[in-house]
Design a protein around this ligand. Structure first.
Ligand SMILES: [Fe+2]
Ligand SMILES: [Fe+2]
Length: 280
């Protein structure tokens, strides 16, 4: 198997995980100030299985309204629009995210857990810096590894060599991907996000999650996802073949000016907040 042309790869639809229609529509309206509850209602109106799942999550003990939410109207009143949108998004991504991703040695559910941990950490960090749309950072965290879904099968052909380089070389994991595939999961993820028409802030956060310097406009956002990713990795949430083989860009993170003890607390809170992963 030779080098991959990421652009070609993404256009070959059969290799690309198709994001459920509901998720694509929800994500595309992220920046849309006009988007409101009626849009969610309309999106869910034709998908009763997804609606049932959303209501089940809304009624879980995690949110504290057990058994009290019988329809989407109740859900939006008790949980708020942003929470409801987030639950719909997570429920719609469930099938795509719970698969194993072979080339990266991610077992069933690993990608979902890692993505949720990064989403929660990124959101908490965003609140800390006073970012006006912490929900956007949550979603960026949720999607940051989406490129792994595309490259997993390709990377699997180099499994032995990759494993050897991870343990014996000083290469960063992105360099290992670049060496074998001619591209890496951050690059492919950002191309996929723009192929899906997602807002630019998400495209940049995905593309720059291992190196915030690559962001052209959304530096702080990319730095937040970068830091959140490392917090999840330090806790060992969602380790695959790559483990911790990534460069930490401390200068970008220092630019956020979040006190170290606050960062530490956010990391320590993660396992508790991760209980959300068990119910969606
Ligand atoms: Fe990554
Ligand atoms: Fe990650």
């Amino acid at each position: 198997m030779g080098k991959i042309d990421p652009k070609e790869l993404i256009e070959r639809v059969e290799d690309v995980p198709s994001l459920p229609e509901v998720a694509v529509r929800l994500l595309a309206m992220l920046n849309d100030v006009e988007s409101d509850f009626s849009m969610i209602e309309r999106l869910l109106s034709s998908d009763s299985a997804l609606t049932a799942n959303v209501l089940r999550v809304c009624n879980s003990a995690y949110f504290g309204f057990t058994g009290r939410i019988s329809n989407l109207n109740h859900a939006v009143i008790l949980l708020g629009y942003n929470n409801l949108r987030r639950i719909v998004l997570m429920a719609s991504l469930k099938n795509v995210y719970s698969r194993r991703v072979n080339g990266y040695s991610l077992m069933e559910g690993d990608l979902a857990r890692h993505s949720l941990a990064v989403a929660l950490a990124a959101e908490a960090l965003a609140r800390e810096v006073g970012y006006r749309e912490p929900d956007t950072l949550f979603i960026a965290g949720l999607l940051h590894e989406i490129g792994k879904l595309v490259l997993g099968n390709y990377l699997e052909s180099y499994y032995e060599a990759v494993l050897r380089e991870v343990s014996d070389s000083r290469m960063d994991f992105l360099e290992i991907e670049d060496e074998h595939l001619g591209t890496n999961h951050a690059k492919v993820g950002s191309m996929l996000a723009s192929h899906w028409g997602l807002p630019e802030v998400l495209v940049e956060c995905i593309g720059a999650h291992h190196d915030p310097r690559l962001a052209t406009e959304y530096h702080a956002e990319a730095a937040i996802v970068h830091l959140a990713d490392h917090l999840a990795l330090m806790l060992g949430i969602g380790w695959g073949i790559d483990g911790l083989k990534y460069t930490f860009h401390s200068a970008a993170v220092e630019g956020l000016r979040i006190p170290e003890d606050v960062i530490y607390d956010i990391m320590l809170d993660l396992p508790e907040r991760m209980k959300l992963a068990e119910i969606v």
